[in-house]
Design a protein around this ligand. Sequence first.
Ligand SMILES: Cc1ncc(C[n+]2csc(CCOP(=O)(O)OP(=O)(O)O)c2C)c(N)n1
Ligand SMILES: [Mg+2]
Length: 415
Amino acid sequence: MARTAKQAPASSEPPIPNRERPPEPKRYEPSRDELLRFYREMLLIRRFEERAGQLYGLGLIGGFCHLYIGQEAVAVGLQSAMTVAKDSVITGYRDHGHMLAYGIDPKVIMAELTGRAAGISKGKGGSMHMFSVEHGFYGGHGIVGAQVPLGTGLAFKHKYSGDGGVCLSYFGDGAANQGQVYEAFNMARLWNLPVIYAIENNKYAMGTSVERSHSEPLLYRRGESFRIPGIQVDGMDVLAVRGAAEVALDWTRSGKGPIIIEFLTYRYRGHSMSDPARYRSREEVQGYREGRDPIEHAARDLEALGVGADELKAIDKEIKDIVVQAAKFAEDAPEPPSPSSAPTCWSGATDGDRIEDAGAVADHGGRHAGQVAGQGRRRGEVGRRARRDRDRQGDDGVRGGRRGQDRQDPGRGRH
Ligand SMILES: Cc1ncc(C[n+]2csc(CCOP(=O)(O)OP(=O)(O)O)c2C)c(N)n1
Ligand SMILES: [Mg+2]
């Protein structure tokens, strides 16, 4: 019906009343053992990532590599509330921590980083393209924001098959400005799909800050016009994250559809290993490291629960050993035989889910991620690369050494 002159303009209409909202999340109250588990998992991610950074510096990891250091509480707090294999997880390229938090063996993740046949994607995917369908972990995606429609599709699958699962789809503050995100939001709400959109707001998209690039920097509000509720949570506190996970899972599992959680977090290192990080100050990074660190935070909570320094030290040692073993495995494992460096095909329609080599298409000569992941291992280059990488990035993700230069490795483009 045509609007008459007497009708009030839309802008003066009252807001839609009483839209149902999830309850305010509470900080989770863990048992001593649960908190020890969260602590252990965050520490594993931290030490694993530190080691990955070193192996990259030594030239044992090629291609792109984005470290998750600083953001550990988000993956651990959220995924600790989920059911591996029943629920699905999908994320972007900063994916090692999410895999570790889903119980995937650090050895096969590290072997993937070094491009070995024993890697979780057979050494062909590298840092950004790791999958474990067995765990319900669907990557690992290099296209910013791609995991949002893909994750929405996974949620559609959960609903369609009635398997009771929920999809957790992570994306960054930068991805939150993409069009595909909003197309996915619309469908997710229209069909009430069981999807949790976890926005990891670490303040920067490469070198672009949220303040500079977002017309609405409160990212938890981004679902409002789709009737998707949002909550904002301290992403540096694993118990606050877990509390929000409880609320979000109750919401989605009860059939109320999608929900957004914005986690305020911070990455300590540069965007990737080739980021000189000139866009932020050393003081800003130090402020988070010294005042907001999620692992320190959990250590203090553990002390309050009566866990002594000796017990924490023993965990430290246990985790270091796991990471040393993973790195050794990854260095010693054989590289993929050359025919198998052909592109890989997904084959799941007729004979169960499996990944196959497609030797027949090997001759196409296309360059794929695994080839990049595998390159950069030539031992003769190790010393030169190590020196250059030390110069390129200080330990705190702020450029140190040769200021003003921003050199790139051939084959290690900036991503
Ligand atoms: C479609 C697309 N556009 C641009 C890029 C280049 N790119 C890679 S990472 C990145 C920034 C994304 O930032 P954010 O979503 O905040 O994630 P974070 O790196 O902080 O985890 C951009 C623009 C890309 N990979 N894909
Ligand atoms: Mg970001």
